[in-house]
Design a protein around this ligand. Structure first.
Ligand code: ZN
Length: 474
């Protein structure tokens, strides 16, 4: 009785806070969830979460979370009414969505950085998700509150989000040894549906040794798709599990891609395996979006109660997809004045690599790389990104600060100049963002090269999306 009372008081407080946050200054989006968790207790959070008839799905990973969440929402909202939230790292955003929206299933992006600054085990316990989706896990080199984030702590935080799950389905990328191991270790408790690429047409152009997440030795790869994603095995016995949903064919034409996908996986809603076969026509959207496509289809087919609709619903979304599905500021290739210009964020080495692989088929004659650098204390990010810059072998490089420090950007430029003598530096100020955006746009528009790639660090919306809008209208 008391618990119920506390739950309704917490709900009422959270909802009235939502009225305030509407009229208050911007940025108050998560206040209702915050107030709810303050007024209520852990039990109130669990009760609120259990109001969703089909439960909640959490999407996590280093790259691809937002796009996978977006695609999953498009797919599953055709069959079920859902509550959702994106681009947040706190339980408050999940609670806010639960309070303010209606629906029987929750789809929430949840990006944990490490144990200290996220509470993955607590979130697992309180939200009690029926699904956790792992896109891919890479080192981010991120600093949180000036503390160097160790990859082990980061990986263990991601693991904790599903560690105590006793029901439901884990969706994991089996081409990624880190997410695959999380899946393999949970097969005794829950169903695990893997997704991956089963063709070798797609290949990384430069891959580094990767440690086995199980024993620490170097993994053996017979094929690399992208950095640590590929066909791998280890002397300890750990190897890539077979995907339940797999890409079995791809025709990658300049104007459209045809993807063949086959699935045989466990569906949680009907407690049975379901099979499907898909031929999808999508815009040329890059390898990372093949993974996001596979992740979202796998998660969708694992949870939709309308299994008879799977093929039709997936085709309906993907055959009608245009590039507006990618989150603001993400990399895309634009045709402009007989040139191909790739523009978008690449905040870490992995992200720049993905962008470079995307534009590589367009790099036939002359190539210019416009590189927006990281900030102070981010030398390791620079190192990874710059290796990708070099691997594209551009004819010309332009260096622009991507973050605040112009001095640090100049230091990076001096390093680049040793390899690219003709490199240019534009010390554009962070405080005058409009000028920076204008100049970057002008550099791409007036470039005399046939293919231009402009990527690196920079604010997603405030910088990259604004530059892209100078070229395209959506
Ligand atoms: Zn091993």
């Amino acid at each position: 009785m008391l618990d119920k009372l506390r739950l309704s008081i917490a709900k009422a407080s959270g909802k009235s806070a939502s009225l305030l946050s509407k009229v208050g200054p911007g940025g108050g989006g998560n206040i209702p969830g915050y107030v709810f968790s303050r007024v209520g207790d852990n039990e109130s959070i669990s009760s609120l979460a259990s109001e969703l008839k089909y439960g909640s799905i959490l999407v996590t990973g280093t790259n691809g979370k937002t796009t996978t969440t977006t695609l999953l929402i498009k797919l599953i909202s055709q069959d079920v009414q859902i509550r959702r939230s994106y681009e947040n790292n706190t339980i408050h955003s999940i609670l806010t969505a639960m309070l303010k929206q209606d629906g029987d299933l929750g789809v929430f992006e949840y990006g944990i950085r490490n144990k200290e600054f996220g509470i993955p085990d607590k979130v697992q316990k309180l939200i009690d998700p029926v699904g956790v989706v792992y896109t891919t896990i890479s080192p981010e080199h991120s600093q949180v509150n000036n503390v160097k984030n160790s990859f082990l702590a980061y990986y263990s935080a991601k693991t904790l989000l599903s560690k105590e799950m006793k029901r439901g389905v884990i969706v994991a990328n089996c081409d990624d040894p880190r997410t695959a191991l999380i899946g393999l270790n949970k097969e005794k408790d829950v169903h695990v549906n893997y997704f991956g690429i089963n063709i070798t047409d797609i290949e990384d152009f430069d891959s580094k040794p990767i440690k086995c997440p199980n024993c620490g030795e170097i993994l053996k790869y017979s094929h690399n798709f992208l950095n640590h994603r590929g066909f791998y095995s280890c002397e300890c016995g750990f190897k890539r599990p077979e995907p339940n949903v797999k890409l079995v064919g791809a025709e990658l034409n300049p104007d459209s891609w045809k993807l063949s996908i086959e699935g045989d996986l466990y569906n949680y809603a009907i407690s049975k395996n379901v099979q499907f076969s898909l031929e999808l026509n999508v815009p040329p959207f890059g390898l990372h979006n093949i993974y996001n496509t596979l992740a979202s289809i796998t998660a969708y087919a694992s949870f939709t109660p309308k299994v008879e609709n799977i093929e039709k619903s997936v085709k309906n979304i993907f055959d009608n997809l245009d590039m507006s599905f990618i989150p603001p500021g993400r990399f895309e290739i634009i045709s402009y004045d007989n040139k191909h210009i790739g523009i978008g964020q690449g905040d870490n080495g992995d992200a720049v690599k993905v962008n470079a692989m995307f534009i590589k088929p367009y790099c036939k004659d002359s190539v210019e790389f416009i590189f927006t650098t990281p900030d102070e204390y981010e030398d390791d990010i620079f190192r990874d990104q710059y290796e990708v810059v070099k691997s594209l072998n551009p004819d010309h490089v332009i260096v622009v600060p991507g973050r605040k420090s112009i001095d640090k950007a100049r230091e990076y430029y001096e390093i680049i100049k040793k390899d690219f003598e003709t490199a240019d530096f534009y010390p554009l100020d962070y405080e005058e963002m409009d000028k920076r955006i204008e100049k970057l746009t002008e550099l791409a528009k007036e470039s005399k090269y046939e293919t231009i790639i402009m990527t690196g660090c920079g604010e997603e919306q405030a910088m990259w999306e604004s530059i892209k809008r100078n070229f395209i209208n959506r």
